[in-house]
Design a protein around this ligand. Structure first.
Ligand SMILES: CC(=O)CC(=O)C(=O)O
Ligand SMILES: [Mg+2]
Length: 223
């Protein structure tokens, strides 16, 4: 059942956050990974959302928190096993997102063959911008996404260089589980991911469409 909340506040709906990994060749290369033959994806809990005005919290168990700037696709209409041709009809809009990653924890998880939940799913691991209605972005593959830390440009990626396109991702994921209205797909990070420290300021944007700012703070255990 659809929420009574408007889609423009999709982060309040408590829906799925579906993240795609290794969707940009240069990022896969910088991480020492082979190019995927099929999309790799994982989930974040909806409590991972954080909005401007609240800090990104470095988890108490993390010594190497990384930024990953990503284009988010907000589902506007339930998608169950949809074709690539029909997929864009299920998009309601877009948002800029950060896939904050406890990189040291992720490396440990990889070594032990464990899921990435600890590394990718902590509270505040998904900073999200304002909602951009679909009509404002005629083609999501013609955008520049960028990220600065304390004013220094760290990431600048063209969404045209995604390995798997937005319709491909929606079609692929919707064959595995139904995408609901209010779900968000993070489409993967371009190259340039790197560490942030407590008190750093992250600024990120989509072309000349929007930008957002977040401060990094330390989570204390038990809070
Ligand atoms: C190496 C990763 O953490 C995968 C990922 O999240 C990405 O955006 O790529
Ligand atoms: Mg990512």
């Amino acid at each position: 059942m659809a929420s009574s909340k408007p889609l423009s506040r999709f982060w309040e709906w408590g829906r799925n956050i579906v993240c795609v990994g290794r969707n940009y060749a240069e990022h896969a290369k910088e991480m020492g990974n082979a190019l995927p033959r099929e999309p790799l994806f994982f989930l974040k809990p909806s409590s991972a959302y954080v909005r401007e005005g609240s800090p990104i919290l470095r988890p108490y168990y993390c010594n190497n928190l990384h930024h990953e700037v990503e284009l988010g696709v907000v589902i506007g209409k339930r998608a169950q096993a949809v074709s690539q041709e029909a997929a864009m009809e299920h998009v309601g809009g877009y948002a800029l997102c950060l896939d904050m990653t406890a990189r040291d924890t992720q490396e440990e998880c990889k070594k032990k063959g464990l899921p990435w939940t600890l590394a990718k799913g902590f509270s505040s691991s998904c900073p999200v911008s304002d909602f951009v209605p679909k009509e404002k972005i005629p083609d999501p593959h013609k955008l520049k996404i960028w990220l600065r830390v304390n004013g220094e440009l760290r990431q600048e990626g063209e969404t045209s260089t995604m390995i798997f396109s937005v319709p491909y991702l929606i079609s692929y994921i919707s064959e595995i589980f139904t995408l609901e209205e209010g779900d968000l797909i993070l489409t993967g990070s371009p190259k340039g991911v790197g560490s942030v420290q407590v008190n750093d300021e992250i600024e990120a944007g989509i072309s000349d469409i929007l930008s957002m700012r977040f401060k990094v703070a330390q989570q204390t255990r038990g809070s």
